[in-house]
Design a protein around this ligand. Structure first.
Ligand code: GAL
Length: 445
């Protein structure tokens, strides 16, 4: 696959994009009036085959599969003449799906649409010409007004074009904790630690009580843990500066955060380092371990395991990140060369509709990417999700590295490799920091 090296100018969440988004908003433009952008997608969809839609996701098992099924039910009701063809590839975080997609796209064999994180992750696919600008659908489906501006600005590229439509918003900086294990260690589940150092002191207590303090799975879950520690130690501004060159990956502040990371990793069980998120959370479900840092798709995992918020488990922001929402969104694209562009358009319409988003997100643990839900509609969501909606409305939003919002895929892949080496003991903290700095410099700077 062509993997163009990205310049900072192209980074979707960079300062230039924000300025451009502000200019577009000031001009009252939605982007689609801009040099006829989106016209190609609109034409292909209007005249193209709508008999079926091939959809690639990584929601192939457990609670994620249940979320997809809830969405497909609405799709089949709304578009009975378009057959949904499930091309899901297993592997949390898209670990396998992305590899298969890369080779299918490079071979000129695209699915109609695929799951991709909103933000920098799809930039290489845009530059390789694999995707069509879907701005016209934003106008047609009324999405520019339905989605919050904070989301739309993360979707526009440096030309003001938009190449994907989000189905949901997830939060990545959440600690999920077993009430039973916290209590056994003398901790109060209603009063979680406020700083990383306090949290580390709590982990000591859990260890002394004979339980595993924290669990962590395969590489992307390690990157997710690391990014939340970076947010806690650097704060929202300096953390966001890691993506536009304002904060130095090789600097002393990152070194201090990495020391916290090393300490916290020392409380994990290395037997889980090859596991996906759900198996790595099993010890929390079974009250064998205290903490796990995971995105809020975990809610659906707890629900499937029959566990109740407040009674069996608690959820709180990673200590030191209260008031900050580590954002990611799943979104769907329209490929250039899609065999069924009319079917893809129907899918995009369904995943962005109120009905589709409520059906999907109530099951998936995420919140809708639309901000126009009525109080009655919000009441259909569980307690955790209602609190996430409130946080998304008022917190400082930062972009997730592990889930594609902040950096191009090539950079986060290289960071995953660096963390795997570190977890295996094949590099020390200094080695890890220089590899993280290199991953950024090679792919963004
Ligand atoms: C994320 C994705 C979520 C969830 C998670 C675990 O990347 O955005 O929707 O699927 O991976 O697989």
């Amino acid at each position: 696959m062509r993997t163009p090296r990205l310049s900072r100018r192209h980074a979707l969440s960079g300062a230039g994009v924000l300025a451009l988004a502000a200019t577009l908003a000031a001009c009252g433009s939605s982007g689609s009036e801009d040099s006829g952008s989106g016209a190609d997608a609109a034409k292909k969809a209007a005249t193209g085959d709508a008999s079926e839609v091939d959809v690639v996701t990584w929601w192939s098992a457990g609670s994620e599969k249940e979320g997809l099924e809830a969405l497909v039910k609405i799709f089949e009701k709304d578009f009975p003449d378009t057959k949904f063809v499930n091309k899901a590839v297993s592997g949390g975080g898209g670990s396998q799906a992305k590899q298969k997609l890369a080779s299918d796209l490079a071979a000129g064999n695209p699915p109609d649409t695929y799951q991709a994180h909103a933000g920098a992750e799809i930039q290489a696919d845009i530059e390789a010409g694999y995707l069509l600008d879907v701005s016209a659908f934003y106008d047609e489906f009324g999405l520019t007004a339905a989605f919050p501006e904070t989301l739309i600005k993360r979707l526009r590229d440096s030309q003001g074009k938009i190449y994907s439509i989000p189905s949901n918003v997830h939060r990545a900086n959440v600690v999920w904790a077993s009430v039973e294990v916290m209590k056994a260690a003398g901790l109060d589940p209603t009063k979680p630690a406020a700083t990383l150092d306090e949290w580390i002191a709590d982990m000591e207590k859990v260890k002394a009580a004979g339980h595993t303090p924290i669990t962590m799975g395969m590489a992307w879950t390690q990157l997710q843990l690391l990014e939340t520690i970076l947010i806690a130690d650097l704060g929202a501004d300096a953390y966001s500066g890691l993506f536009d060159g304002k904060t130095d990956w090789a600097g002393a502040d990152v070194t201090a955060a990495l020391k916290h990371y090393e300490k916290i990793v020392s409380y994990t069980d290395s037997a889980l380092y090859t596991e996906d998120w759900e198996p790595a959370m099993q010890p929390i479900f079974k009250h064998e371990a205290a903490f796990n840092v995971m995105g809020d798709w975990a809610v659906a995992g707890f629900e499937s395991a029959g566990l109740k918020l407040g009674t069996d488990y608690v959820a709180f922001p990673v200590p030191g990140t209260d008031g900050i929402f580590d954002f990611l969104a799943d979104s769907f694209v329209l490929t250039d060369g899609a065999p069924h562009p009319g079917g893809a358009k129907n899918w995009l319409k369904c995943i962005s509709s109120k009905e589709g988003q409520i059906a999907f997100n109530t099951v998936k643990g995420s919140i809708p990417s639309r901000s126009d839900l009525t109080e009655e509609e919000k009441a259909q969501f569980g307690e955790y999700q209602r609190s996430a909606m409130e946080s998304f409305g008022k917190d400082t939003i930062v972009s997730s590295i592990a889930h594609g919002a902040a950096l191009p895929a090539a950079a986060s892949n290289a960071m995953n490799d660096a963390l795997t080496k570190f977890a295996q003991g094949a590099s020390d903290l200094a080695g890890l920091q220089s590899e993280l700095a290199k991953a950024y410099a090679d792919n963004v700077a």
